[in-house]
Write a protein that binds this ligand. Structure first.
Ligand code: FO1
Length: 335
């Protein structure tokens, strides 16, 4: 059975997966409809809040593919209510800037109870996906956390009051409360060096027909997955071609905070900058191929010079057919 492995953050990766699955089911892709899809999701956005463990990228992929996502927000549940959030605010409980919906809280209660009972995050995710993915995809779609270990992305921001002139906030505070409107002076991945790939992650990279890096954040989503010791080695070892799609279109991010994150690590905010940051696999990088948007066709030669195969196609995921065409272009590039 052919298989495709996708490294995913939250919204961008989830949207790409919807298009990939649509393309497989509608016969638009040169892979059979029941091709096995393994999603390796970033867990460094995770946070403990109100005593609950929240895994935003795992939940965004799970709710999106399971059709429970709120399409407007792109995170959390559709038809959500916020009674608990309102009650917590009335009690004056902080933080109030990160909203947990009533339905969403049930997911975090199940996850927290299972973690406290000693189950690893991968077992928790498998249990939650029995509800969200199995009814739709049986066992052809699998969602794996990048690691079972605790990893958290923290961001150093300017702070005149502190002696060092900076203070560190959790990524979610940087993104949700501060709206990424302050410069990210440094991004710190707490626990990443000591983490190990979750069960199935290495095999999903070495024993597959294609690996895709969708247009997720190259620093705090795909970047963190690549930072789990053993993942890069698996990508260097795999027989499968590795193809990425640029999250930067027209020298800007489409959504999120990729511009701020790339700038904080000194990478040029362009389709070429990200490709060269990921690097060509023959030179110790991770890419064989890289898709850029038609608006960025002027970057093609610079990318080609690095050895990475590249092409310019429409990269705005406006609907499932368009996204399926992007997946088809990625598969083309890989063959
Ligand atoms: N994003 C927001 O902008 N505001 C929120 O209150 C918020 C709550 C939230 C709760 C659960 C969850 O899974 C995601 C949530 N997000 C919220 C989105 C979250 O910041 C993003 O999904 C990623 O972490 C960033 O890519």
């Amino acid at each position: 059975m052919p298989s495709i492995t996708v490294l995913s953050g939250g919204m961008g990766g989830a949207k790409f997966l919807q298009g990939l699955l649509h393309g497989l089911r509608s016969g638009q892709l040169p892979y059979p409809a029941d091709t096995r899809i393994t999603v390796i999701a970033n867990t460094a956005d995770d946070l403990w809040i109100h005593g609950l463990k929240v895994s935003p990228d795992l939940d965004t992929v799970m709710y999106t593919l399971g059709d429970g996502i709120d399409p407007g927000r792109g995170w959390g549940r559709r038809n959500e209510t916020w009674s608990v959030k309102e009650e917590l605010a009335t009690y004056g409980v902080e933080p109030t800037w990160f909203g947990l919906g009533d339905r969403d809280i049930a997911t975090h209660l199940v996850r927290t109870q299972m973690l406290e009972a000693g189950y690893p995050l991968s077992a928790v995710t498998e249990a939650l996906c029995r509800r969200w993915l199995a009814p739709v995809f049986e066992d052809t779609v699998r969602l794996l956390p990048m690691t079972d270990d605790r990893v958290e992305t923290h961001v150093a921001i300017p702070d005149a009051e502190s002696p060092s002139g900076k203070r560190v906030v959790h990524f979610q505070e940087y993104w949700v409360r501060l709206r990424a409107e302050v410069p990210a002076e440094q991004v710190v991945f707490v626990g990443l060096e000591a983490s190990t790939p979750a069960p199935g992650v290495v095999e999903a990279l070495t024993d597959t027909d294609l690996v895709v890096l969708p247009p997720s954040n190259p620093v705090v989503s795909v970047g963190t997955i690549l930072g789990v010791p053993g993942v890069r080695e698996a990508l260097l070892d795999t027989e499968a071609p590795v193809v990425g799609l640029s999250p930067i279109v027209g020298d800007a991010h489409v959504r999120g905070m990729a511009e701020q994150m790339l700038t904080s690590i000194g990478v040029e905010v362009s389709a070429a900058g990200v490709a060269l940051h990921y690097g060509h696999r023959a030179k110790g990088g991770v890419l064989d191929g890289w898709l850029v948007d038609e608006r960025d066709a002027h970057h093609l030669s610079r990318i080609q010079e690095s050895g990475i195969k590249t092409a310019a196609v429409p990269l705005m995921m406006t609907d499932h057919d368009t996204t399926a065409a992007m997946a088809a272009a990625a598969i083309d590039l890989a063959t």
